[in-house]
Design a protein around this ligand. Structure first.
Ligand code: NAD
Length: 356
């Protein structure tokens, strides 16, 4: 297989963590007979310094012409005082918009080797925590009408939560398809006891279920889901939900896994491309110190292989290489435990690459 991958190193720890992910991808390509062409794209603060804007049109074009996009992180203190339209994060918003991504897929996995890092009780963690949250990204209350008005001296604010069948159906399909690549269980989360948009959500999900007979669909109310994620997260395989519920549940889920440096994500949308990135930011406090954990970025690259390029064996090989690295007792500073061996960012990438 030949693929062109747009690579955004970005700012802060971005270049260091991306470098490690590229080494691992190169090794996968050699082992499995693929060719990955990496196309460097300037975005964020580095693009601002070089080109005067956070995502110049010609850099965006490279992303749109590629098969997928892999991103480190953008932003940093140096650019905190620039005007809003020139902030590095503006580059990221423009990129998401141009790619038309409407789904954010974020795994919540507690690696057995790191169970002590999770704030949950050992007996809960030992049941196995490995699920994926598929969150709708461009609709719902965040994008509905927002207004504040004053009537007879009393201020009232309104935020509109609106979803069309089309929006629900397209995110629903991503949920069903993701479940098809995992344990074939999809939990649709809504608030259908109260909200009209949630009742439509549930209706569309059940209509779609007829097209995916091998997937077991269940429904759960969002308040119950928030409880179940800490009570018994082992029950979940894939959760699909609307924007605001997904925002809150995915942050809750990331907390139970331990370190932010371990968590990958993928955003999918209208076109054939996806955007794959770790969930953390540019960590300016660690930049250039060879201390950042590159695993979130390496696992984002693995997600890209599984969900975008349909290469499940290669993705699993990358995940196994991470698991072996942890088995061998290596730990970056963010997940360091007593008696373990300290690894820097480069060493971490090196060991994972050699495990392949
Ligand atoms: P952050 O995620 O960069 O850092 C939060 C904390 O987590 C810090 O203590 C940091 O050292 C630690 N951390 C983050 N990634 C780590 C890793 N890989 N290994 C070990 N430790 C890690 O969040 P922040 O400090 O709020 O933001 C810093 C900058 O990043 C800001 O400019 C923000 O706007 C930007 N940001 C960018 C993205 C993105 O590019 N997608 C996302 C979030 C924040």
């Amino acid at each position: 297989m030949q693929k062109e991958i747009a690579v955004i190193r970005g700012d802060g720890i971005g270049p260091e963590i991306i470098e490690q992910a590229l080494r691992v991808l190169e090794r996968v390509a050699v082992r499995y007979g693929h060719t990955f062409h990496f196309i460097d794209v300037d975005m964020g603060g580095c693009a601002l310094d070089r080109w005067g804007e956070p995502l110049p049109a010609k850099e965006l074009r490279k992303c749109l012409d590629s098969d997928s996009v892999l991103l480190g992180a953008v932003g940093g203190e140096k650019r905190n005082n620039v005007p809003a339209e020139l902030r590095p994060e503006k580059g990221l918003l423009s990129l998401r918009k141009a790619l038309g991504v409407y789904s954010n897929n974020r795994p919540a996995k507690v690696w057995p080797q790191l169970s002590a890092v999770s704030p949950l009780k050992k007996e809960i963690v030992d049941r196995g925590i490995d699920f994926l949250i598929v969150r709708e990204l461009t609709g719902g209350i965040y994008f509905g009408e927002h207004r504040t008005e004053e009537k007879e001296g009393i201020t009232t604010s309104v935020d509109v939560l609106e979803y069309s069948e089309t929006e629900i159906e397209r995110i629903g399909r991503i949920g069903f398809e993701a479940a098809g690549k995992r344990k074939k269980k999809l939990c649709s989360v809504d608030k259908s006891n109260v909200l009209a948009s949630s009742r439509l959500w549930r209706k569309v999900m059940h209509r779609l279920a007829e097209e995916y007979p091998d997937i077991l669909l269940t429904d759960m109310l969002v308040d119950n889901c928030a409880m179940q994620i800490v009570r018994d997260p082992s029950q979940f395989d894939v959760i699909v939900t609307e924007n605001m519920f997904g925002d809150i549940l995915s942050d809750e889920a990331s907390m139970i896994t331990g370190s932010i440096g371990m968590i990958p994500s993928g955003s999918l949308g209208k076109g054939p491309r996806g955007l794959y990135e770790p969930i953390h930011g540019s960590a300016p406090d660690l930049a250039g110190k060879d201390e950042a954990n590159p695993i979130g970025t390496i696992l984002s690259a693995a997600m890209m292989l599984r969900y975008r390029f349909d290469l499940p064996e290669e993705a699993a090989a990358m995940e196994n290489a991470v698991s072996k690295y942890l088995d061998a007792g290596w730990r970056t500073a963010d997940i360091m435990q007593e008696g373990k061996k300290k690894a820097g960012c480069r060493r971490c990438g090196q060991v994972i690459m050699e495990n392949l």
